[in-house]
Design a protein around this ligand. Structure first.
Ligand code: ASP
Length: 347
């Protein structure tokens, strides 16, 4: 029988109603008591490193979870993390970068309703997660939610209240779960060739700057001052506005000279960026050799940038890490990643 570790961290799944609003109260053992049938197919230990609404989960907790799993890795066949849904996609992406070439399953799950309610998605999600984590083919970091198994780098919370809160963006689901039946659509456990690697460094100095019509490059410059990287969430396939003042051009030049990383992404959820299509994107991208997200999710781009910057501040090495496909995060990049990085070629 498989041996699993249930890691409870809070979220709605473990919440109770209080005068001040829903807050996490339910312990890891209590969570488990709501899915007694799990004992039929696995042995489970529990641990509770923190008990937070996931609004309060950040890099400190991501690193803590990764190091907890590292310490327990050899003792368990799989790990199930109960987590709030609000930042679950970020945590799953971060864990995908912190635990690479991972041949054991790390499942992140949660619920839209607390587990102690009569009508809730929590018991199904938890049972599905344990069942998936106990499956021979399961590996890597995945979110299990609403009957779907979504790669940890591909998930996005698209509904605030519905049970099917998470979608897999620009990528098929890894598997689907109907009661005790798990159907795998992607079965690649035995294709892992590199050694399991845990990482211990993240750089949280990453800012996500969402453009709106009228945004100024001067704001970009001011923001970049306090950060190591700025991800620009631009429009459509990607471009930067020019309202006749060259403010983005100037800002990019100054930011890159100051050693900041500027990464292009899109505010459109599906199909990804491609800066080379329009003049508003192509000229800037080529002039400044800007990395872009392509089909990666914003959550993955944020976590990947923090992880890659935690490993290197060298822009060329960063670029190589950024364009490395990790846990299914990136399918498409029509670039030569080994080409020299020109930070700024215009004086
Ligand atoms: N605010 C909650 C959290 O993210 C929402 C949830 O878990 O569904 O912790």
């Amino acid at each position: 029988m498989k041996k699993l570790l249930l890691i409870a961290t809070g979220g709605t799944i473990a919440s109770k109603y209080t005068e001040k609003g829903l807050s996490p109260q339910i312990s890891s053992e209590e969570l488990l008591s709501y899915v007694p049938s799990a004992r039929d197919f696995c042995r489970i230990d529990t641990v509770q490193p923190f008990n937070l609404d996931s609004t309060n989960v950040c890099q400190e907790q991501w690193l803590l979870l990764a190091s907890l799993i590292e310490r327990k890795y050899e003792y368990y066949d799989g790990f199930v993390i109960c987590h709030g849904t609000d930042t679950m996609a970020y945590t799953a992406a971060a864990l995908s970068y912190l635990i690479q070439n991972n041949y054991k399953p790390v499942v992140v799950t949660g619920a839209q309703k607390p587990i102690d309610l009569a009508v809730t998605d929590a018991r199904t999600n938890l049972l599905d997660s344990l069942r998936f984590a106990a499956h021979d083919k399961a590996h890597g970091v995945n979110i299990v939610f609403g009957g779907n198994v979504i790669a940890g780098t591909r998930a996005k919370k698209e509904f605030t209240k519905s049970y099917n809160a998470f979608s897999s963006i620009n990528y098929p689901v890894i598997a689907s779960i109907q009661e005790s039946r798990i159907v795998f659509y992607i079965d690649d456990k035995y294709q892992i060739t590199r050694p399991l690697t845990f990482y211990h460094q993240l750089d949280p100095r990453v800012f996500l700057y969402k453009l709106v019509p009228g945004s100024s490059g001067r704001l970009l410059e001011a923001i970049a001052d306090s950060f190591d990287a700025v991800i620009i969430e631009s429009f459509g396939v990607g471009g930067l506005p020019d309202y006749g003042d060259d403010s983005f051009y100037e800002a990019l030049r100054n930011c890159l000279r100051a050693g900041k990383l500027i990464i292009m992404a899109t505010q459109v959820t599906h199909e990804g960026s491609d800066m080379s299509i329009y003049q508003v994107g192509k000229s800037m991208k080529h002039e400044f050799h800007l990395p872009e997200s392509y089909d990666m999710t914003l959550e993955a781009v944020v976590a990947k940038t923090m992880w890659a910057l935690g490993q290197t501040k060298d822009p060329e090495k960063f670029r190589a890490l950024f364009y490395r496909t990790i846990n299914h995060d990136l399918l498409f990049y029509p670039e030569d990643v080994s080409s020299p990085l020109i930070l700024c070629n215009k004086d």
